[in-house]
Design a protein around this ligand. Structure first.
Ligand SMILES: Cc1ncc(COP(=O)(O)O)c(C=O)c1O
Length: 383
């Protein structure tokens, strides 16, 4: 059977809701919930901090790093385990060194997710900040980027895909422009797990941050930070803990190598086990198949929406330029009211914003079905 049309809703907890808010937090497969339960039982039987628990835990950490490194094509010790996308962004923002001539380049100010905006703005007393001008979908002119770069540019920081319009930025072309000379940070919270495998060496980015609870279908409190080995020396850790450094007899600290350098204390072991199980499930389905299914569902959603009068649709038309996010408004209706009314009918969408404008955001993932999309369309028609 064609995997893309296969109904896999049975692999997820039963629900009477149609859940289309996966760009915020996704559902977890039953096997991941089971893996977490089994882990907690074994971990407690072994003795959570006993001699036997050490190899048990290191195996779990190594497994999750290995599987994440496969889907983003890096080495497994370049995968730092954090709690969130925001954690990784802050590791970079607070870890870089600046001088009075430094500048960093960011995109779109109020058109960016706050988590990938505030940590950069917070640097305003340490470095100048150049902001790329964007169009309605959040894209910017690559010539503008080239003209912004100078010998004092310390970083270019962008989202891979945008949380509001779903636009996918041309990160490979951008990587080519930066050519390993200017450090490149990507917030990939909205792409990893949604648009197929991503190769960090092809993109030529130095740092990337994402989480486990969005498109990777893992539990909350799991984050992943990719730090290129050579680029790790550009970042001075701003949090220090028992796990990340060693102190010698002169009371001097030495940071450990990657990935420990940025991991200051115990990790969220149970979350990591759940995440590994989720990614394993997704890899079995096939990252490419997930991408195809997501494109199919979002294209269907957009096509059907366009048949409804008074719909305003946002985001690029070309399916290769967007994730499965479908953002829209209905002329004359308030976005929050639309979402509230649908929620009363057990349909979960979200309100987000493009600058000051509120929009309705639907974000289907591969476990959603064609029939769910059509039911949501039907409910929207009746509003
Ligand atoms: C583009 C982007 N960056 C960062 C975040 C924040 O992610 P986290 O909660 O993992 O820090 C989000 C969450 O929606 C996002 O869409």
């Amino acid at each position: 059977m064609n995997l893309v049309s296969k109904d896999i809703s049975e692999d997820f907890p039963k629900s009477d809701k149609i859940y289309l808010n996966n760009a915020s937090v996704s559902l977890m497969p039953l096997q991941s919930i089971e893996a977490m339960k089994e882990f907690l039982i074994s971990y407690n039987s072994i003795g959570p901090d006993s001699k036997d628990s050490e190899p048990f835990i290191s195996e779990k950490l190594s497994n999750v790093r290995k599987i994440i490194s496969k889907i983003i094509s890096c080495q497994s010790d370049e995968v730092v385990l954090t709690q969130s996308t925001t954690d990784g962004i802050n590791i970079v923002a607070n870890g870089l060194s600046f001088n009075d001539k430094s500048n960093i380049i960011i995109r779109g100010m109020g058109h960016e997710h706050h988590a990938n905006f505030y940590p950069w703005i917070n640097l305003k007393d340490k470095t100048s900040i150049k902001n790329l001008t964007i169009d309605d979908n959040g894209f910017f002119n690559l010539d503008d980027l080239e003209s912004f770069i100078d010998d004092n540019t310390k970083l270019v920081a962008l989202s891979h895909a945008l949380y509001n319009t779903g636009s996918i930025l041309p990160v490979k072309e951008i990587g080519k422009i930066l050519q390993d000379k200017i450090p490149f940070f990507i917030d990939s919270a909205q792409t990893i797990g949604c648009i197929g495998e991503i190769d960090v060496s092809e993109i030529k980015c130095n740092f990337m941050s994402f989480n486990g609870s969005k498109w990777l279908c893992g539990p909350m409190g799991t984050g992943l930070f990719y730090c290129n080995k050579k680029s790790s020396k550009l970042l001075e850790p701003k949090t220090i803990g028992g796990e990340s450094a060693i102190i010698n007899h002169d009371s001097n600290f030495a940071f450990k190598e990657l990935p420990d350098k940025f991991q200051t204390g115990f990790r969220n072991y149970v979350g990591i086990v759940g995440l590994e199980a989720s990614v394993r499930y997704m890899v079995k389905f096939g990252m490419k198949n997930i991408h195809k299914k997501n494109q199919y569902l979002s294209n269907l959603f957009r096509e059907e929406l366009l048949k409804i009068p008074n719909i305003i649709l946002y985001g690029p038309e070309n399916p290769n330029d967007r994730t499965s996010i479908v953002s829209f408004n209905i002329k004359g209706l308030d976005s929050q009211k639309i979402v509230d009314k649908l929620e009363k009918q057990n349909i979960v969408l979200a309100v987000r914003e493009i600058m000051e404008k509120k929009i309705v955001r639907a974000s289907p993932h591969f476990f959603n079905t064609e029939s769910e999309i059509l039911q949501v369309i039907d409910a929207i028609k009746k509003l």
